[in-house]
Design a protein around this ligand. Structure first.
Ligand code: ADP
Ligand code: MG
Length: 686
């Protein structure tokens, strides 16, 4: 044939600057594209052979990738169908791309994804080459070899070629700035990444071996794709060992997974894949980007956010689907109907698998639960559909290590832990050892206590409260055992209002100076109980816990912790202490109160009068009197407080009560602990 030159047919003026400029960042994918074409050509030939159209020998169809550093070439050779001159003209020269330029500049960040989808695959070779040659011989009996050459501008040459046997060589003359693709190791790495599951053997260089402590090259071809893509096989033909082996091939050195799911759908979309559940012990184990996305066994990406629901990104494995539109932005992906269906399907499959494990062998499921729970909690909090399914297989574990489903737990405590308003209170502990005394008291009352010490449990608790009807969660140490669950007839405090008031003020003074601020309250807890206990307000504590989890922190995180010291009014010690304050300071305080009373009455009368008026109508004399009154009252109040403070600060008993309660919670430390010990000795000596 005569040498022919011509112009590559593109509708937009020139495709090359676009390829070079916009697609630069992802230029390594050229190799994936050229190998895909070689695989396609080989598969087509096999199809022709099966159909009986191709009658020759198939022979060894290995695709070879050869690096020639001296010549600066990278060659991809296949033994597929090859191309005739007409085919080169049709498939290579006429890349009819309507509006390609506009499209490419719009999606320049997704070069990786668009290239294959717009028949631009072959032209990606120009991202890394100064010149590209094709040597091809078609399988057709009469075909002549062709040679095509192009230097990355719209002109090309087409002439008779040299290839003797069926197939195609793509010869890339690698540009100076892309020399990395002339490194054997780099090329092998790329083939490993993109091509290791392709269905035609791919050879690159020679196999290496360790000999006498050195790595040496052997004579054997180095085949990249040694493993079958397990996901493409039928689940019925596979054994659990096959899945485990495949996992360790995908993630060398990883701990064995808990279990796996084989995805296999062909309608209304095509999706295959295998997802593994890793063991997740804590949040730091949650490794994302361990799901690899393939398109017909060609690796596409391992960033699958937007394709699978957020909580599923902690799973490991592979997904293969030709139906995920890769030629669009990620934000668009989320609204794509196919992606939504795929995502919903995966969620459903994962939930079904967990349900199946739960149903078939609850014992084994429970053993795995501690490793699974973070994942399930994450799913329940973030995915409504998953929550609906997980309700049946999510487990609660109590402080004795027993497991319950939500339903079972409701049956267990539903009545016994109902409060006077008809809500059921689920008691929980976040620290079995640290909260032991509270757990014990609750258990003595016949209550059950859940262990909620997981990292997402505070979020899960909030979520469950919004979902479960008439259920509230209360941490065991958030109130005294009597008040954890408010029942109808609770013991009442028998101290008089004055006694309570003086006692509270005195003990508050004794507790002043601790690291955390301490509020004092008085309850009748029963004679047998301790004289004083510390509790932490459920709401405030939760807010602080949640704030600590959130990466930005918030208002609550910076709040100082506060404790409530509950004085047991039924305890003889407290009764005695109350009586003693009254004896010691009652007369003094009452004297001050007598002075305050008339001032308050006068203040009230004046306020009633002035409140009816607009501020500018109030007489100056009244204004002056009001502020004088308020100052006098404040002064007297301060005086009153000083009297009671004086008692509290001096009372060894008051200090002892506070310290004992703190001590029971492991909150008394250092200097304060030493002072307590000294005081105890003194008191015993008396
Ligand atoms: P696509 O693969 O999406 O069709 P490409 O730009 O990658 O687009 O390739 C264009 C066409 O060139 C292919 O469809 C095929 O007909 C032809 N072709 C490319 N590489 C080869 C090859 N190695 N052997 C035979 N034909 C090839
Ligand atoms: Mg292609």
């Amino acid at each position: 044939m005569a040498t022919q030159t011509g112009q590559i047919g593109v509708t937009s003026e020139n495709i090359f600057p676009i390829i070079k400029k916009f697609l630069y960042s992802d230029h390594e994918i050229f190799l994936r594209e050229l190998i895909s074409n070689a695989v396609d050509a080989t598969q087509k030939l096999k199809t022709l052979a099966t159909a009986g159209d191709f009658k020759g020998e198939l022979g060894d169809c290995t695709i070879e990738v050869t690096v020639d550093k001296k010549a600066s070439t990278l060659t991809i050779s296949d033994r597929g169908i090859g191309m005739t001159q007409e085919e080169v003209e049709r498939y290579i020269n006429q890349i009819a791309l309507s509006g390609a330029e506009a499209f490419l500049s719009k999606y320049k960040d997704q070069a990786n994804n668009i290239i294959g989808h717009f028949g631009l695959g072959f032209y990606s070779a120009f991202m890394v080459s100064d010149r590209v040659e094709i040597e091809s011989l078609s399988w057709q009996p009469e075909a002549k070899p062709v040679h095509w050459s192009c230097e990355g501008d719209p002109s090309y040459t087409l002439e008779e070629g040299k290839r003797k046997d069926r197939g195609t060589d793509i010869i890339l003359h690698i540009a100076k700035e892309n020399e990395e693709f002339l490194e054997q190791a780099r090329v092998e790495e790329l083939l490993e990444k993109y091509c290791r599951f392709l269905p035609v053997p791919i050879a690159c260089g020679k196999k290496r071996e360790w000999k006498n402590g050195k790595e040496v090259l052997t004579d054997e071809a180095n085949i990249i794709n040694t493993h079958d893509p397990l996901w493409a096989k039928r689940p019925a033909d596979l054994k659990p060992e096959d899945y485990e082996e495949f996992y360790s091939y995908l993630f060398p050195g990883a701990e064995p997974p808990l279990f796996y799911i084989h995805l296999n759908v062909d309608y209304p979309f095509t999706l295959t894949g295998i997802l593994y559940f890793p063991r997740i012990r804590n949040q730091f184990d949650m490794q994302r980007n361990k799901i690899q996305l393939y398109c017909n066994q060609v690796f596409v990406t391992d960033a699958v956010e937007g394709i699978v629901p957020e909580f599923l990104t902690v799973l490991h494995g592979v997904i293969d689907s030709p139906d995920i539109p890769l030629n669009v932005s990620r934000s668009y992906l989320q609204s794509d109907a196919n992606v939504k269906k795929i995502s919903a399907h995966i969620t459903k499959k994962v939930a079904d698998r967990l349900q199946e494990l739960f149903d078939t062998d609850r014992e084994a499921y429970q053993k795995k639960w501690d490793d699974l729970k973070l994942f399930v909690a994450y799913g329940m909090i973030t995915d409504e559909k998953f929550y609906e399914k997980a309700e049946k297989f999510a487990l609660f574990k109590n402080v004795d290590g027993k497991y319950f489903t939500l339903e079972e737990y409701k049956n267990l405590v539903g009545e016994a832990q109902k409060d006077k308003h008809g809500s059921t209170i689920y008691l929980y502990s976040t620290d079995r050892d640290g909260q032991w005394s509270y757990i014990e008291q609750a258990k003595n009352r016949g209550y059950d206590v859940l262990l909620m010490d997981g990292q997402l449990d505070s979020h899960l608790i909030n979520h469950l409260e919004s979902k479960l009807e008439k259920v509230r969660f209360t941490r065991v140490d958030s109130a005294t055992v009597d008040h954890l669950i408010e029942k109808e007839n609770q013991e009442t405090v028998t101290l008089s209002a004055n006694e309570q008031d003086y006692l509270r003020a005195a003990v508050e003074a004794a507790a002043d100076g601790q690291k955390q601020s301490i509020f004092v309250s008085i309850e009748a807890l029963g004679e047998q109980e301790l004289p004083a206990v510390i509790t932490q307000n459920e709401f405030m504590r939760r807010m602080k816990d949640m704030a600590a989890l959130s990466p930005t922190g918030n208002f609550y995180a910076s709040m100082p912790g506060s404790l409530t010291l509950v004085l047991n009014a039924s305890h003889p010690l407290i009764k005695e202490l109350a009586a003693d304050v009254v004896t010691a300071k009652g007369a003094e305080v009452e004297a001050v109160d007598k002075q305050i009373a008339p001032l308050r009455t006068e203040e009230e009368t004046l306020r009633k009068k002035t409140d009816k008026l607009k501020p500018e109508e109030v007489e100056q004399a009244d204004k002056d009197r009001l502020s004088a009154l308020s100052k006098s009252i404040d002064d007297l109040q301060a005086q009153r407080k000083e009297i009671l403070d004086g008692y509290g600060k001096a009372s060894q008993m008051a200090h002892q009560v506070v310290d004992l309660a703190l001590l029971a919670n492991n909150l008394l430390k250092g200097e304060e602990l030493a002072r307590f010990v000294r005081r105890s000795v003194e008191m015993i000596e008396k």
